[in-house]
Ligand binder design. Structure first.
Ligand SMILES: *Cc1c(COP(=O)(O)O)cnc(C)c1O
Length: 393
C-alpha cells in the first residue's frame, strides 16, 4: 500500500466531541429509553433556561424546527413569508412546505443580515397593494444577531409573525439579551447539525414564550397525537387511548441525540470563547490583505459560526473563484455561504431572476468562509492565513 504524505485537510467547520459526550450517549444506549424518554425534556429545559425562554420543543433537524414554527405561526396556503436570500435554503423552503409564497428582502452590505430599511420599504409597498407577509424570518448570519430592535418594531407595525432562524447563533446576544429569549422574535429556531455551534448529529429546537403555541409544536412534532385527556374531543376510552387531533409529523429527536446535546451545552461558553479568539486572530493576521473582514454591530455579541471575508477582487486582481481554488488545492476546505436562495433553479422556476437583490449578489461574488470551529488549532489557523497571504501577494 502506498502512503501519500500530505498535510491533513482542514475543513471549514466540524464538531467537537469529547469523552464526556461519548459517555453521555453510551449511558442512554445502556438505558431503557432510546427515544421519547426523559433526556429530551432535560435538554429542552437546559437550552430554554440558558437563552431565557419559557418553552422549548426539540426536533430532528433545524429544518423541521422551521417548518413547525411556520405552522405554529399560522402560515397557510396562499399567504406570504419573507426572508433573506443569504441563508441556507431551509429558511425559505419552510414556507413552501406550508403552501405559502416566498419573497426575499436584500441584505445590509455590512452585516450581511436582512436589511431593515429594505424591509420597511417593501412593507410600505406591500401595504398599499394588500400583499403584506404573514411571517418574516430573519437569520443571524454567521452568528451575528440581526437588527432585532428594528425588526420587532416593524413586526408590531405591520403585524407579521417574527421568526428568528438562529441556526448559526446559539449563545449570541443582542443588546445583552440571548437570542431565543422571546424579547424580539415570536419563535426562535436552532440547528444542531455538526457544523453548528453545538451538535446532536442531526437536530433542532424551537423556543417560544407562548404556552399554547408550545403545545401546538409538541403536537405537530409527533403525528398530531395527544395522550392528554384535557386536549381530547369527548372522553378517553381507557389507558391505551390517544387521539390524533390534526395532521402532524414524526419530527421527534431521540434521547441519544438529546444526551449528546445536553453534554455539549456544558461547553457552549467555551466553544464561543474559542471561536471569538479565532476571529480575533484572523482579524489581526488579515489586516493588511485586500479583503473585507467581518463587521460587527456594537449591539451584538456574535456566536461566530462563520468567519466570512470578502475578496477585494479589483485590488487583489483575482476572482473569488481563483482564491477559493487555491485554498482547495492546499487542502483547506473553505466554503461559500451562501448562493442567494432565489438563484437556485427551484426558485427561478417560481419567477425569480438575477438582479433581484443586488447587495446579496455582490456579496456572493466576493465571499469565502474561512475555517472556523472550536477545535481549530493555532497551527492550522496559521496555515490558512499563510495560504491566503501567498495567494493574494
Ligand atoms: C443549518 C441551517 C438550517 C437547517 O438546519 P438543519 O439542522 O441542517 O436542518 C437552517 N437555516 C440555517 C441558516 C442553517 O444554517
Amino acid at each position: 500500500m502506498t502512503v501519500f504524505e500530505h498535510p491533513p485537510m482542514i475543513p471549514y467547520a466540524r464538531q467537537d466531541i469529547n469523552e464526556d459526550d461519548i459517555a453521555a450517549v453510551e449511558q442512554v444506549l445502556r438505558g431503557d429509553w432510546l427515544t421519547q424518554g426523559p433526556t429530551i425534556p432535560k435538554f429542552e429545559e437546559t437550552v430554554a433556561r440558558r437563552v431565557g425562554a419559557r418553552h422549548a420543543c426539540a426536533v430532528n433537524s433545524g429544518t423541521s424546527a422551521l417548518h413547525l414554527a411556520c405552522l405554529a405561526a399560522g402560515l397557510s396556503p396562499g399567504q406570504r413569508l419573507w426572508t433573506t436570500p443569504i441563508t441556507f435554503v431551509a429558511s425559505a423552503n419552510c414556507a413552501r412546505y406550508c403552501g405559502a409564497e416566498v419573497d426575499f428582502v436584500d441584505i445590509d452590505p455590512r452585516t450581511h443580515n436582512i436589511c431593515p430599511d429594505a424591509l420597511e420599504e417593501k412593507l410600505k409597498r406591500a401595504e398599499l397593494e394588500n400583499t403584506l407577509p404573514k411571517v418574516v424570518i430573519a437569520v443571524d448570519f454567521a452568528g451575528q444577531p440581526a437588527d432585532w430592535g428594528r425588526l420587532r418594531l416593524l413586526a408590531n407595525q405591520y403585524r407579521f409573525v417574527l421568526i428568528d432562524d438562529a441556526s448559526h447563533a446559539l449563545g449570541a446576544t443582542y443588546r445583552g439579551d440571548s437570542l431565543g429569549s422571546g424579547r424580539f422574535a415570536d419563535f426562535t429556531v436552532f440547528s444542531f447539525h455538526p457544523v453548528k455551534i453545538i451538535t446532536t448529529g442531526e437536530g433542532g429546537m424551537i423556543l417560544t414564550n407562548d404556552f399554547l403555541k408550545a403545545r401546538r409544536l409538541a403536537l405537530l412534532r409527533s403525528h398530531g397525537i395527544t395522550r392528554d385527556t384535557a386536549d381530547m374531543e369527548g372522553f378517553a376510552e381507557g389507558d391505551w387511548y390517544y387521539q390524533q387531533l390534526e395532521l402532524g409529523f414524526n419530527y421527534r429527536m431521540t434521547d441519544i441525540q438529546a444526551a449528546l446535546g445536553l453534554s455539549q451545552m456544558q461547553r457552549l461558553d467555551s466553544f464561543i470563547a474559542r471561536r471569538r479568539e479565532l476571529a480575533a486572530n484572523y482579524d489581526k493576521f488579515l489586516r493588511d490583505l485586500p479583503v473585507t473582514r467581518p463587521w460587527l454591530s456594537p449591539d451584538v455579541l456574535s456566536a461566530w459560526h462563520l468567519y466570512v471575508i470578502r475578496i477585494d477582487t479589483h485590488e487583489a486582481r483575482l476572482s473569488r473563484r481563483e482564491v477559493f481554488d487555491s485554498f482547495r488545492a492546499a487542502g483547506i476546505q473553505v466554503n461559500v455561504h451562501y448562493i442567494p436562495v432565489y438563484l437556485h433553479p427551484y426558485y427561478r422556476r417560481l419567477g425569480f431572476t438575477a438582479g433581484y437583490c443586488p447587495e446579496a449578489e455582490r456579496y456572493y461574488r466576493e465571499c469565502i468562509s474561512l475555517p472556523m470551529y472550536a477545535n481549530l488549532s493555532q497551527t492550522d489557523q496559521k496555515r490558512v492565513v499563510q495560504v491566503l497571504t501567498d495567494t493574494l501577494d
